[in-house]
Design a protein around this ligand. Sequence first.
Ligand code: DX5
Ligand code: ZN
Length: 214
Amino acid sequence: MNISLSILNMNYNHLKEELNIVKDDIQYLHLDIMDGHFVPNISFGPSLVKSIHKENQFILDTHLMISDPMKYIPDFVNAGSDFITFHLEAVDDPKAVIDYIHKHNVKAGISIKPNTKVEALLPYLSFVDLVLIMSVEPGFGGQQFMENAIDKVSYLKKIKEQKGYSYLISIDGGITDETLPKVSSYLDLAVVGSYITGAVDSLKNIQKLKHISK
Ligand code: DX5
Ligand code: ZN
């Protein structure tokens, strides 16, 4: 299992320094894009993603919490995203969005909010490279882990093995050293924000999570 570090609650004034601290311990960066419409918060756009891409080697895992992902996919591709994940709830034709992301030679992820049933993803699982289960209501970092995500990641692992699918199983929201053990055996990628970025010693918390996932 890998960690994808969410920068949402980082201090953007010191982003460069903060990323430097973790760069040898973290491979993936999780970039939360919010439009104030799909979720009740606004974060940042492609220009920040681009500057991170230019100055770092991280694999960029872009999470679009926006109402019109199709419109902005090219911008996030050009900014250097390696994965682009959109929300099932935001679009009428998820397969068309997956195809559009793939047309740009970027890996495609699909995500569901806590109140969406995991079975709703079934028609798309053979096409996607990543499935992101939200374990908080999207919009803010630092929220409490919602337990209904556990059955969802376990179901995704079962389907993946049964059908021989290749998507990465990821979870997002409220991951700490207390909640990760509940899901780590089902995961390929754990998105972690405030447990690392809000820590006095971020490297120590990264090591704690890595130890759990072994
Ligand atoms: C929530 C975001 C998450 C969030 C994770 O809408 O998608 O990526 O920043 O942060 P923590 O780990 O603090 O819940
Ligand atoms: Zn996210």
